[in-house]
Design a protein around this ligand. Structure first.
Ligand code: SF4
Length: 341
């Protein structure tokens, strides 16, 4: 790939809404990294998985699979590569390792944390188990392997409502996202399903919780016809005002269905909105950027570094017993997926 080719792909794309546009000069440097990464991928039989929220030069330039956490976990389960470079955050790379224990999973991000995944520990889940022994423990995929190992069923933003509906037990403990937990209760009720859902009180995504219900109200009042599309990690008062609620993949699929030009307020991390601006020029996108610094700690330079000269700290290493128990929790998700109403 040449710098000019990359610039043609990226040139009109905001780097992150407010941070300006890619320049030809920057693309020339990136193209050199991209070509070296492509050579190293072939040489080492490696694949690169990239989340929608990471910088676009990675998803357009070198990623073999781009998706949300559910889609990427499916891609991770299918790959025949020896090395998986997971350009996202640590808990997603751990999921890839659980599904591919014999493969090397490398993390290129310099700060691959997640405010949500880091809000709950296995000890806190065990305490809840003691208090709620009859409940089915449902954990969002945004949890560490050690937390998944303590739970019964894993869910993602794509399937959380369907799976909670399909679980035969009417008593559920949901960890760790308190906002998504309340949204699940509301969405189940809207389907006529009333379950007792105990919500872990201390977790939220620092990106999605910043979307303010008052701000959404203002957009709805000031922009006639604006369509509000929200991620289920947003505040329930935001969700109530939204026209569509879904994962990043579901939001993209929803936008694809519009026959006519729309004005859209998309309430999720702004990496997705930056891509939508280019992929759907027929629509107008309004609203402010909310950025995840953990996802943005991924870079071409980081990928190059872990492919060229991986250090032990770049690889995901998990306890064998923890992996086996976490695997059961993830497998339960794959079994339940599609069974909800
Ligand atoms: S956007 Fe939120 S949930 Fe996703 S990785 Fe960042 S902090 Fe975690």
């Amino acid at each position: 790939m040449t710098g000019e080719e990359l610039f043609r792909k990226l040139g009109g794309t905001p780097i992150q809404m407010a941070l300006g546009l890619y320049t030809l000069e920057a693309c020339e440097g990136m193209a050199r990294d991209i070509n070296e990464i492509q050579n190293l991928k072939r040489e080492k039989n490696a694949v690169i998985l990239g989340h929608y929220y990471i910088p676009r030069e990675i998803t357009l330039g070198v990623a073999d699979f781009v998706g949300d956490s559910y889609g990427l976990s499916q891609d991770a389960a299918k790959t025949s590569a020896d090395i998986i470079v997971f350009a996202a955050v640590r808990f997603m790379a751990e999921t890839a390792k659980i599904l591919n224990p014999q493969k090397t999973v490398l993390i290129p991000g310099t700060d691959p944390a997640c405010s949500l995944a880091d809000s709950v520990t296995p000890e806190r889940v065990r305490e809840l188990r003691t208090k709620h022994p009859d409940h089915t423990f449902v954990c969002y995929i945004n949890t560490t392997a050690a937390v998944k190992a303590e739970c019964d069923v894993c869910v993602t933003s794509s399937n959380v409502v369907d799976i909670c509906a399909a679980i035969p037990n009417d008593k559920i403990v949901f960890v760790p996202d308190r906002l998504m937990g309340q949204n699940v209760v509301d969405l189940l009720r809207s389907r006529g399903i009333n379950k007792e859902v105990v919500i872990y009180p201390d977790g939220a995504c620092h990106v999605h919780e910043r979307f303010d219900p008052g701000m959404v109200k203002l957009f709805l009042e000031r922009i006639p016809g604006v369509q509000v599309l929200a991620h289920p990690e947003c505040d329930p008062e935001v969700i109530k005002q939204s026209h569509f609620v879904g994962s990043t993949t579901q939001i993209i699929a929803h936008i694809q269905k519009y026959q006519e030009s729309q004005t859209l307020l998309v309430l999720t991390e702004c990496g997705l909105v930056s891509s939508l601006l280019v992929d759907f020029p027929q629509h107008k996108f309004v609203g402010a950027c909310q950025m995840c610094q953990y996802m943005k700690s991924n870079s071409l330079a980081g990928i190059l570094r872990v492919l060229r000269n991986p250090q032990p700290c770049d690889a995901v290493n998990l306890d064998v017993e923890v992996m086996a128990r976490a695997r059961k929790c993830i497998d339960a998700m794959f079994e339940y997926a599609g069974k909800g109403k």
